[in-house]
Ligand binder design. Structure first.
Ligand SMILES: [Zn+2]
Length: 339
């Protein structure tokens, strides 16, 4: 995790202002549902809500100077181990040990209920739990959480963070104040990235990663451009009828550390061929590189390839055979060549 201080995530300000006002008027809800956008900064907003609730100087919260604020200063979005405040709980799927899982289990929620039932340590009297990503709650865990929301302890704030609120129990959703993140226009995201990381072809990065400022922030623009060129070259080979390229490329591209970026590049390449308007940068060059526009009759194969890319992206952390999945994607790409 980088120690570099980020420029302000200015697009979160409307939501922060809404939370500040609610807090000042003692109307902060006991359950908040943050509808995140991948790379949009929902975890930062969840931490902001925690800072607000736990600060002991209500009129200036989060004041940044009190003991509570000092304890929270080390907390990093999405890194539970960085939390030192005893009244802030970050609940996510367990990543290591015997109980490692893709889901938040009922025993984690039972433990949280137990923690929240105690009086808080701080002078604000508040406790905050951030549950992220909330759609990974198992059904029993969600039901246990629902009970907690139905009998809230005074001063307890539960923040559910999710990019897929539709996957939460409707009864859980209905008990929360919902807050939706909205991204700024692309030009402002590019300005922000220039400020945060220095000048680079951020438009090209956003073409591949989508308009997701925090995902783009972690991307190495030069490396990404290289992966994009390499991917285009590989896909063009498959398209021009080098069947032996399929298994070679699939084996190369399935390497875990590069796979997410590679999939984004393939998706972008398919998008250009099916006629999605390329905003700028890399996609323009990919359009130039892909000499043939996709004939309508072969669109179906490209759509199947696209669906398979999305499916693999969804399952990227599971132990499925990535090489095989990539071979199937490349096979569809080769079929889109037509006769
Ligand atoms: Zn404070």
């Amino acid at each position: 995790m980088s120690e570099v201080v980020l420029p302000d995530l200015f697009w979160l300000e409307p939501q922060r202002e809404q939370l500040r006002q609610a807090h000042a008027q003692q109307r902060l809800p006991h359950a908040l549902l943050i509808h995140d956008i991948p790379g949009g900064g929902g975890q930062h907003l969840a931490l902001y809500a925690a800072r607000l609730a736990l600060c002991s100087v209500r009129s200036q919260a989060p004041c940044g100077n009190c003991r509570e604020c000092a304890l929270l200063s080390s907390a990093l979005p999405g890194i539970p181990d960085s939390i030192q405040h005893p009244d802030l709980y970050w609940v996510s799927p367990l990543t290591d040990g015997e109980k490692a899982s893709q889901q938040i289990s009922i025993s984690q929620i039972r433990e949280l209920r137990e923690d929240l039932s105690h009086t808080s340590h701080g002078s604000s009297g508040a406790s905050v739990a951030i549950i992220s990503p909330a759609e990974t709650l198992t059904v029993p865990a969600a039901n246990a959480l629902l009970k907690t929301l139905e009998e809230p302890r005074t001063g307890a704030l539960i923040v559910l963070l999710t990019a897929a609120p539709g996957k939460l129990l409707a009864t859980l959703r209905s008990r929360c104040l919902r807050m939706q993140l909205r991204l700024p226009p692309r030009a402002q995201i590019i300005d922000w990235l220039n400020q945060a990381r220095g000048a680079a072809d951020w438009a090209a990065v956003l073409d591949v990663m989508g308009d997701a400022p925090l995902l783009a922030l972690d991307a190495d623009a030069r490396h990404l451009a290289q992966v994009m060129r390499d991917t285009q070259h590989g896909l063009d080979r498959v398209l021009t009828g080098e069947p032996e390229a399929i298994s070679t490329l699939a084996a190369q591209w399935s390497k875990a550390e590069q796979l997410p970026v590679r999939l984004a590049c393939i998706e972008s390449w398919i998008g250009v061929r099916v006629g999605a308007t390329p905003p700028s940068g890399l996609q323009k060059s990919s359009r130039a590189a892909s000499k043939q526009e996709a004939p309508a009759g072969n669109l179906a194969a490209l759509v199947r390839a696209h669906d398979a890319v999305c499916e693999l992206a969804r399952q990227i952390t599971t132990p499925i055979n990535k090489t095989l999945a990539l071979e199937l994607i490349l096979l569809q790409v080769s079929r889109s060549r037509g006769s």
